[in-house]
Design a protein around this ligand. Structure first.
Ligand SMILES: [Zn+2]
Length: 325
C-alpha cells in the first residue's frame, strides 16, 4: 500500500517553507479513493500560507476524463483552470478559497521559478535511467538527493530544489536535460499533492521526504550548471561575446560563476584553469567581486566532478523505491 504523507506529531519544529496541515489525512492512491474536496483546499491554503503561489488546475473525473471536457490526452487534469494560467498563481487566501469553492476537486499547481524560490526536476518513470546516466556523467553516480520529493500519479518523481534567486533564470524544458527528465523552472508550474492523475492515482509526498520532514535542498553545482538558462553574454554558438554591461550582481555571483565553471568542466578545463578564468570573470564583472577564496571554492566544488564519462558499471540510479499498492 502506498504510504502517503500526513502531518507528523512534531510539526511544530518547522525548518522548511511548507508544512502539511495537521489532520490533512489523504486517502491512499487508487481510483476508488476520491480526494475529499475540503482536503484539496486545505492543502492549497497550507502551501500558500508558506508563501508558495498556487493555482487551480483541471482535474480528471472517475472515468479519467478532463474536467475541461475536451480530449486532453496526457494533459488531462494538468492544465490551469484560470484564464492567465500560471500567471494567476497567488498566495492570496481569499482568492484561493474562492477558487476551491468554485472547483472543489481542482488539482493544485505550484508556480515554479524565482517567484516561488523553487524549481523542480520532473522525472518520468521512463526517465530514471537517463537521469542516472546524466548524474553519473557529472560525477554523481547514485544521485538521490535528500529533498522534497513527490511521487507522481504515474510513478515518476518530482525532485524539489531551491531556486538561486531572481538574478538567474532556470529554463522550463521537457526532455532537454535528459530523455524523460523535465525541468520546471521560471515560467513553469508543477503539480502538488494531493492532486489526482487521470489514472486515478494521487500525487503524494514520498514518506520521509515531505516539507517539514526534510529541508528543501540546494541543487548540487553540476545540476545547477545544467539547468541555468544560457547566460546572455553567450551567443547561440556558444562563442563568448563579452559585453561590458553584463554585470553579475550580488545574489547571483555564486550561481553564475558555478554555471561558468560547469561549462568549463564539461569542456575539460582543469581545476587550475577554472580558478584562473573565474578569478578574471569575477574581477571584471561581479559587483562587488567575491573574495578570491570564495571563487576558488566554486571552482573546486565543480572540479570534483570528472569531465570524462564514468565506467559503464556506474550508470545506475539508486532511486528511492517508489511503492505502489
Ligand atoms: Zn483538459
Amino acid at each position: 500500500m502506498a504510504t502517503l504523507y500526513t502531518s507528523p506529531d512534531d510539526s511544530e519544529s518547522t525548518t522548511s517553507v511548507l508544512d502539511i496541515p495537521r489532520g490533512a489525512n489523504i486517502a491512499s492512491s487508487g481510483a476508488s479513493n476520491a480526494v475529499h474536496p475540503s482536503s484539496v483546499s486545505t492543502f492549497a491554503l497550507a502551501y500558500a500560507s508558506r508563501g508558495v503561489p498556487v493555482l487551480p488546475l483541471h482535474s480528471p473525473n472517475d472515468a479519467g476524463h478532463c474536467s475541461c471536457r475536451r480530449d486532453c490526452g496526457r494533459d488531462t487534469g494538468k492544465h490551469p483552470r484560470t484564464r492567465h494560467g500560471l500567471h494567476d498563481a497567488t498566495t492570496d487566501e481569499a482568492v484561493i478559497r474562492r477558487w476551491w469553492e468554485t472547483w472543489p476537486s481542482a488539482n493544485i499547481g505550484i508556480r515554479t521559478g524565482a517567484v516561488s524560490g523553487i524549481f523542480v526536476i520532473d522525472v518520468d518513470p521512463e526517465g530514471y535511467e537517463s537521469l542516472a546516466a546524466l548524474a553519473a556523467d557529472h560525477g554523481a553516480p547514485g544521485f538521490c538527493p535528500d529533498t522534497w520529493t513527490v511521487r507522481t500519479g504515474r510513478g515518476g518523481a518530482h525532485l524539489y530544489f531551491r531556486h538561486p534567486g531572481s538574478g538567474v533564470r532556470i529554463k522550463t524544458s521537457a526532455g532537454i536535460l535528459a530523455p524523460g527528465v523535465d525541468v520546471r523552472g521560471d515560467d513553469g508550474y508543477a503539480i502538488l499533492p494531493p492532486s489526482r492523475h487521470a489514472n486515478g492515482n494521487l500525487y503524494a509526498w514520498l514518506d520521509g521526504f515531505a516539507p517539514g520532514q526534510v529541508a528543501l535542498a540546494d541543487p548540487p553545482p553540476w545540476l545547477l550548471a545544467l539547468v541555468l538558462a544560457p547566460a546572455p553574454w553567450l551567443a547561440r554558438t556558444g562563442t563568448p561575446t563579452f559585453r561590458h554591461e553584463a554585470v553579475i550582481g550580488e545574489g547571483q555571483r555564486n550561481a553564475v560563476l558555478t554555471s561558468l565553471a560547469g561549462s568549463m568542466r564539461r569542456r575539460g578545463f582543469s581545476e587550475v584553469a577554472m580558478i584562473a578564468a573565474l578569478q578574471i570573470e569575477n574581477e571584471a564583472r561581479c559587483q562587488p567581486p567575491l573574495p578570491p577564496e570564495e571563487v576558488e571554492k566554486v571552482a573546486r566544488s565543480v572540479a570534483r566532478y570528472a569531465p570524462a564519462p564514468p565506467a559503464a558499471g556506474q550508470r545506475r540510479l539508486k532511486v528511492r523505491e517508489v511503492r505502489h499498492a
